[in-house]
Every structure is written in structure tokens, then in C-alpha cells.
Design a protein around this ligand. Structure first.
Ligand SMILES: Nc1ncnc2c1ncn2[C@@H]1O[C@H](COP(=O)(O)OP(=O)(O)OP(=O)(O)O)[C@@H](O)[C@H]1O
Ligand SMILES: [Mg+2]
Length: 260
């Protein structure tokens, strides 16, 4: 049984990480250390490899037959690409939320959250499952709005509500790390603010890695920012330093809208 070390200082560490699709290398020699219980933002122009990098952190890349990973990724001290690791366990510990909210549209609001814990056999009774679903929906700031309509299909929710449902679905598996790939890119400003508040709240309990194209969003919620360009990490550091006084000219060009 793999033991993730909850008090390890780094949620994620990569060592000489390169990622290929076929023969093309799209992530190049990335060495990152992402501290636990922080919000870590990844920024960079379209096509720079942000989503690919994120997908290597929970072995979602395994689902892309043409993808190949070189080097190491450690989650709470555990090398997740070593042969004895079960990728489904990694995906439970490292949850993911995508740009386009993707709840199962025909499943009920309740079942969208309950399905993961059911599949993983996390609850012993219906009561325990009910409590977990409620807890996750409360955490995601959705409970009050849906508690009287849990049996309705998820398709009836608004865009912002659907995204919060996806967050609740991820939280129900009690992940230690949550990966968010442009989670507010398709949301209105009010829903965006709610998700940002939620992210700041959640970092008390878990580590968040978020891809964002918005320097203002990064400034509002991130502790650290990494700037990526053509598969490489160009610059990484405290969010306020990177956003207000980047050291590398490419970062500055990106932030001022010249690149990307
Ligand atoms: N499944 C795939 N097969 C082959 N190439 C891919 C695949 N997915 C992505 N790529 C290529 O890998 C590179 C990095 O893509 P990725 O999606 O990681 O970029 P990104 O930084 O997330 O961009 P965006 O900001 O547009 O989401 C791009 O050149 C892309 O075309
Ligand atoms: Mg992307």
C-alpha cells in the first residue's frame, strides 16, 4: 500500500520532467517544487504545455496513448510513475477540475457527487454517503442552492453552479491536491469571484494548482506563480513578485499582452 506523506513539505515535486506526444517534446526539463497548502498558479501562452504538465500530476496522461513521460513526478514524496503505483489511487488523491464544467448531465445533482465515493467504496452506509455528499456540496458553496433539488439532473444547473458541482464531485473523494485547468474561463464575473473565494478557503485543507490566463486572477488568489513558455518553466516565484516585477523579459511581455 502506497503511503502519501501528509506532512511532506511539497505537495508536488518534478525532477527533469519532459513530456512527449509521439516524437514531439512539449514539456521540457521541468523542475518544480510546489509547497503544500498553497495556491500555485501556472501561466503562459496558449500551447506552452500548461494542461499537459497538469495532466502529468495525476497520471491523466496515461489516457493519451501517444503521450510519454520522462523524469519524475512525486506527490507528497511518492514517485507516482514507479511501477507499483496504481494510477486510479493517484487520481483519487490528486483531483481535477476542467475549463468546461463537465458534470454527468443526465445524473442527478446528488449522484454526480456520490458516484466517485461509490465507485471507490468510500462509504459504509447510505447515511454516510448522504453526509459526504452534503459536506462536499457545502464545501463547494452549492448546498444551499441545491438541497431541495438533489434529484434533478445536473444539466439544469447554471454554468457557475455546474462548475461548483464539479468541484464538489472532486472534493467528495477527499483529495490532497486539486488541479484546476482554467476553471473560471467560461464563467461570469460573479461565479468567478465565488470560485476564487472557494479556492482561497480550500487551501487550508489541500494544495491547489491552477492554470490561469488572467494575471489579475493569479494576483488575487495565488501564493506562487510559474511562467511557462514553449514547454519550459521560464520563471517561478512568489505571485506578487512575478506579477508586479517579473525578472525575465518573456514573462513581462506575456503579462503586458505582447506575447500570447
Ligand atoms: N493529445 C495530444 N496529442 C498531440 N499533441 C498534443 C496533444 N495535446 C496537446 N498537444 C500539443 O502539445 C502542446 C501543449 O499543449 P497544451 O494543451 O498542454 O497547452 P496549454 O498551455 O494548455 O494551451 P492552452 O492555453 O491553449 O490551453 C501544443 O502544441 C499542443 O498542440
Ligand atoms: Mg490548456
Amino acid at each position: 500500500m502506497v503511503k502519501f506523506n501528509d506532512s511532506h513539505p511539497y505537495a508536488i515535486e518534478t525532477e527533469s520532467l519532459s513530456i512527449y506526444y509521439g516524437r514531439r517534446r512539449v514539456v521540457e526539463d521541468v523542475n518544480l517544487r510546489i509547497p503544500r497548502n498553497k495556491v500555485f498558479a501556472i501561466m503562459g501562452p496558449s500551447g506552452s504545455g500548461k494542461s499537459t504538465l497538469l495532466r502529468s500530476f495525476n497520471r491523466l496522461l496515461d489516457l493519451y496513448p501517444e503521450a510519454r513521460v520522462e523524469g519524475r513526478v512525486k506527490i507528497l514524496g511518492v514517485d507516482i510513475y514507479s511501477p507499483e503505483i496504481d494510477p486510479t489511487v493517484v487520481r483519487r488523491v490528486v483531483g481535477m477540475v476542467f475549463q468546461i464544467p463537465n458534470p454527468f448531465p443526465h445524473l442527478s445533482i446528488y449522484d454526480n457527487v456520490a458516484i466517485g465515493p461509490k465507485l471507490h467504496g468510500l462509504c459504509k452506509s447510505k447515511k454516510e454517503l448522504d453526509e459526504l455528499v452534503r459536506w462536499a456540496l457545502e464545501k463547494a458553496g452549492l448546498w444551499e442552492q441545491v438541497k431541495d433539488r438533489l434529484k434533478e439532473p445536473a444539466s439544469k444547473l447554471s454554468g457557475g453552479q455546474k462548475q461548483r458541482l464539479c468541484i464538489a464531485r472532486a472534493l467528495a473523494l477527499k483529495p490532497k491536491i486539486l488541479l484546476m485547468d482554467e476553471p473560471t474561463a467560461n464563467l461570469d464575473p460573479v461565479s468567478t469571484t465565488k470560485i476564487e473565494e472557494l479556492i482561497v478557503e480550500l487551501k487550508k485543507e489541500l494544495t491547489i494548482v491552477i492554470v490561469t490566463h488572467s494575471p489579475r486572477q493569479a494576483a488575487r488568489i495565488a501564493d506562487y506563480v510559474a511562467f511557462m513558455y514553449m514547454g519550459r518553466i521560464i520563471e517561478v516565484g512568489p505571485a506578487d513578485e512575478i506579477i508586479t516585477s517579473p525578472k525575465h523579459p518573456l514573462t513581462e511581455k506575456y503579462l503586458t499582452g505582447v506575447v500570447g
